[in-house]
Design a protein around this ligand. Structure first.
Ligand code: FE2
Ligand code: FE2
Length: 297
């Protein structure tokens, strides 16, 4: 951890500061992901990174004892979760979290302008942001493959939930910006807790533990930048509202994933969200990520 001090992510900012930060983020994001491959919902540098992992696979020393338990419960939990081992719960939990992300971005990708029709900096930033989210789903898929789960399918949510996610990007910006920011913050919180869980669940599988951490780091580094970027969309009233939304939002979302309450301390996650200020982000992540100028002390 560095000696740099940070301010709360909920620190207010002026319109002028936010304008400058959008310009700064746009410079960052272009070099970070590389060229946008719009037809493939991909980014050149991110694709190369995934290919590096795929071309250098690692495997569990001891294959999963009961992969059927994963396949039976990954889309919907059908067994009593108390009967499942932590490894299975962790993997089905990862899938369920990633699936929500995937459904959200699928709906948004079609609703927002493509790069050719993006005229403002915010629109361009949002297009690249969504492409990064598609890369995350591929990285999650690679995590599951690393654990020997190569028959995973990405299944849409129930029709009404899909509809809800499709409507989300069409909501007026001033209503959408706060939940969009809190969602990114929730992602970062979840990934930090998941990173710690790898140490516990994969203690006897050091190669896979380290690989899953590398894959997760690729995602977390993007998400830290997304937290700052989405925060930058929000004015001084909205940022107060965002802080109030952390507890109900995290609670609602994580209640929907039965694995989370069994594996993680949700109360601690809520507290981590409410007090988030970049201080606990390790230096190696910070070096590749982005934070708003007004969050630096
Ligand atoms: Fe993501
Ligand atoms: Fe994100």
């Amino acid at each position: 951890m560095s000696n740099t001090h940070y301010r709360s992510v909920f620190t207010p900012a002026t319109a002028e500061q936010r304008k400058e930060n959008f310009e700064d983020y746009w410079i960052f994001t272009q070099q970070h992901g590389g060229e946008l491959l719009e037809a493939e919902q991909d980014l050149l540098k991110k694709r190369a990174r995934l290919e590096h992992f795929q071309n250098n696979p690692v495997k569990l020393r001891t294959p999963l004892a009961n992969p059927e338990a994963f396949y039976r419960n990954y889309v919907e939990m059908v067994d009593d979760p108390a009967t499942l081992d932590k490894m299975t719960l962790m993997l089905t939990g990862i899938y369920k979290f990633a699936r929500h992300e995937w459904v959200g971005i699928k709906g948004a990708w079609d609703a927002v302008p493509d790069m050719a029709n993006s005229h403002t900096l915010q629109e361009k930033i949002s297009r690249v942001h969504l492409a990064e989210e598609f890369c995350h789903v591929r990285l999650f898929d690679e995590m599951l493959k690393t654990c020997g789960l190569d028959k995973v399918e990405w299944v849409p949510l129930s029709p009404w939930k899909e509809k809800m996610y499709e409507q989300f990007p069409k909501v007026p910006w001033f209503l959408m910006d706060t939940p969009a920011f809190v969602t990114e913050l929730m992602g970062v919180t979840f990934y930090f807790h998941l990173h710690k869980l790898f140490d516990e669940v994969l203690a006897d599988e050091p190669e896979v533990r380290d690989r899953l951490k590398e894959l997760l780091d690729e995602i977390t580094i993007d998400e830290i930048a997304h937290v700052g970027q989405r925060r930058n969309f929000i004015g001084n009233i909205g940022i107060k509202v965002s802080k109030m939304l952390v507890a109900p939002f995290y609670t609602l979302f994580f209640n929907d994933i039965p694995e989370v309450g069994r594996l993680f301390d949700v109360k601690q996650m809520i507290q981590d969200g409410q007090t988030f200020d970049f201080t606990n982000v390790p230096d190696y992540m910070m070096e590749r990520s982005w934070i708003p100028s007004y969050c630096k002390a």
